[in-house]
Structures are given as structure tokens and as C-alpha cells.
Design a protein. Structure first.
Length: 188
């Protein structure tokens, strides 16, 4: 699922979601707002939240919600589909482990623009997809289990982004790095 675009009118926000991890001609798209229902791969979801940087989908069935929150067989990633329980989960232990690998609130994480990948113990990997210091923009990509899970484009200083359930703000874009500052966010 891709968050392909958004619009707001001052009182509500809508988003365009696109099926699939990458853009391809003929993909199914949905224009959604809070409360909308969509069906994807035989599972029904309700749109719980639409923000400038994400859309929160909630499984409509108790069975799907329980599966999403299930404890993984291991907290150590092995790669590929076996890591889905670490990458696509609402399990509090997994989310806490992922959050514990990031800097504390108020501290920064620097992602170098050298083509390198910063890997975390729960399987998340981050890269700077592009950096244009002169324009003050950058892109950050996140993968987990070999699957793109987030791609933030045209980031500017002050923009929010969420990685592994942790909220960050772009603190600085330099010739060599994108610096992200972890910000406080109330827990659900």
C-alpha cells in the first residue's frame, strides 16, 4: 500500500492510497478520509487516521487485528517474509524493541548520504534516497524484511516522519547527511 497523496480543506484531510509497493500503471487507488473502509488482499480495513505523513488502517475483523498483534516467534530478523511479524505489527514488545534502538526523545539520528544502509536489530533499515542540500530537500527510505515500508520524498527541515513506530522531525539537511530529531508523541 502506498500513500500517494493528500489534501486538506482546513477541517478534514483526505488521502489517496495506491495498491502495491511501487507505482505501476493500472493500479487500484482509493481516495479516503477517516472512517472510510477499503478491502485489500481479502482483508477489510477502516481508515482510523489521515495525517500529513501517514494513514492509519485498522483491521475490520478481530481475527486480523489479533494476527497483527501476535507475538513473533523470534525478535531476531532472519530476512524475507519470515520477518513480517517484526515489520508489520502492533505487538507492543516489538514496537518497544524497535523504539529502543533509536536515540532518546530530543536526540538526533544522522543518516549519511553515502549510499550506506543503517540497520537496526528488529530488521528495519534506513537509507537516504537522495539529498539536495542546495534546495533543502531530501528523501529517506525504510525497508523491513526486504520490503519497502516507508518512502519519504521532498523532506524539508521541520517535516515529520515516522519510522518503526517512532516519530521524528527533520532537524537539518546538510551536504553529507539528513539529521532526524526524535520527538515526543503520546502513545496510543
Amino acid at each position: 500500500m502506498q500513500y500517494a497523496g493528500a489534501s486538506a480543506d482546513g477541517s478534514s484531510r483526505t488521502a489517496t492510497l495506491r495498491a502495491g509497493a511501487r507505482y505501476e500503471a493500472g493500479q487500484r487507488e482509493w481516495n479516503v478520509g477517516v472512517g472510510a473502509r477499503i478491502s485489500l488482499a481479502g482483508h477489510a480495513y477502516a481508515v482510523r487516521q489521515v495525517c500529513s505523513y501517514r494513514v492509519v488502517l485498522e483491521p475490520a475483523s478481530a481475527r486480523d487485528a489479533a494476527a497483527l498483534g501476535a507475538e513473533p516467534a523470534s525478535m531476531k530478523p532472519t530476512g524475507g517474509e519470515a520477518d513480517a511479524a517484526l515489520c508489520f505489527t502492533t505487538n507492543r514488545a516489538v514496537l518497544d524493541a524497535a523504539a529502543g534502538n533509536f536515540p532518546a526523545e530530543g536526540e538526533s539520528l544522522s543518516l549519511l548520504d553515502n549510499g550506506g544502509v543503517q540497520r537496526f536489530p528488529t530488521g528495519l533499515s534506513l537509507t537516504v534516497s537522495y539529498l539536495d542540500a542546495q534546495a533543502g530537500t531530501a528523501g529517506v527510505a525504510a525497508n523491513c524484511a526486504g520490503v519497502p515500508v516507508a518512502a519519504y520524498e521532498d523532506l524539508r527541515t521541520g517535516d515529520p516522519l515516522e519510522l518503526g513506530g517512532v516519530l521524528f522531525e527533520v532537524g537539518d539537511i546538510t551536504e553529507a547527511a539528513v539529521r532526524l530529531t526524535r520527538v515526543a508523541v503520546p502513545r496510543p
